[in-house]
Write a new protein. Structure first.
Length: 318
């Protein structure tokens, strides 16, 4: 699945709920750098339906930064259609907002940015949210899905400079079957080196999501999740049944439901860099129900789009 398609997964529900209307004939937009129009920038129009995605038109900006792209009719047989434009500026692709059938096709804007070396902007990338979903298995191992939403607080897009990455974070030591999921940060721009996960992609201002998955080996009794950047919020979800679990660094758990499964959720906010969250399992064999699960109220849970995707049924890594 392409990064273009993943970009629109977060607006899938909104797109599906949009009421049908007569499609626009043209998309009238501009490419802006700090409010200033940019000439000669290649632009591409994309369409996403419930089962397909791809470019449906190309062009470039005029001297006043404007562009005009023909909008094909919405494909009502697919259930919904969503359009958006991208601009290629100084080797970086920037996304415009989604456009639903019935939305005005005028006043559209794609914002682009100057670039700066990530090595000269230490601390510019922070973690807006980190969700860690632990799925214990009957053999004593566990699959772990992480959804990390990072925020570039700088006014420039961060590019690879003299360092090995534009940003990095850490996962537990000794994990196996590590893989990267499709997201706004593409898999081929993420490299694992032991417990370090290095991002080499350009990071524009604003927020981006990264999906990774790995496995805790059978017999693991202690797992440390390092916090290497200022983190607004962090949630650890442990699917039930599970061995009795002790977590240091986050608040006491509450019971929640998600995707038809039961979880204990541990939350934390305002975590500082160089801290850690430690999870210990009392007996990682065939998991009993954690006794605390029955002692707390069950609440509804709406995960972020990425977390919801991570919890969908799919084969675990070998």
């Amino acid at each position: 699945m392409s990064a273009v398609r993943l970009f629109l997964l977060a607006v899938l529900l909104a797109a599906a709920a949009a009421s049908p209307a007569a499609a626009q004939q043209r998309l009238l937009g501009r490419v802006l750098l700090g409010g200033a129009p940019q000439a000669g920038v290649p632009v591409t129009l994309h369409r996403v339906t419930s089962d397909s995605s791809g470019p449906v038109g190309t062009g470039s900006t005029a001297p006043d930064g404007s562009f005009v792209l023909a909008l094909p009719p919405a494909d009502t047989s697919k259930g919904f259609s969503v359009f958006f434009a991208t601009a290629e500026f100084r080797g970086v692709r920037y996304f415009g907002p989604p456009l639903h059938p019935g939305d005005a096709g005028t006043g559209y804007a794609v914002e682009v940015f100057d670039t700066a070396s990530a090595s000269r902007s230490p601390g510019a990338v922070q973690v807006a949210r980190r969700d860690v979903i632990v799925l214990p298995e009957d053999d004593g191992s566990a699959e772990v899905n992480e959804i990390v939403r990072i925020r570039n607080t700088a006014k420039q897009a961060l590019v690879l400079g003299s360092g090995a990455s534009t940003w990095e974070f850490r996962i537990p030591r000794g994990v196996v079957a590590f893989e990267v999921g499709d997201g706004q940060i593409p898999p081929d721009a993420v490299v694992r080196r032991d417990d370090r996960v290095l991002v080499t992609a350009t990071i524009p201002p604003g927020e981006q999501e990264l999906f990774v998955r790995y496995r805790l080996a059978r017999g693991t009794t202690r797992t440390e999740l390092p916090v290497t950047a200022a983190t607004d919020s962090m949630s650890l979800f442990v699917r039930q049944p599970a061995p009795e679990t002790v977590v240091d660094g986050l608040a006491a758990p509450v019971a929640v439901q998600a995707e038809g499964d039961a979880f204990l959720r541990y939350n934390g906010a305002g975590l500082g860099p160089r801290s850690a969250v430690v999870m210990e399992w009392d007996n990682p064999g065939v998991p009993p129900v954690d006794p605390r699960f029955a002692a707390v109220g069950v609440a509804g849970l709406v995960l972020a789009a990425g977390a919801g995707l991570a919890l969908r049924r799919r084969p675990p890594p070998a």
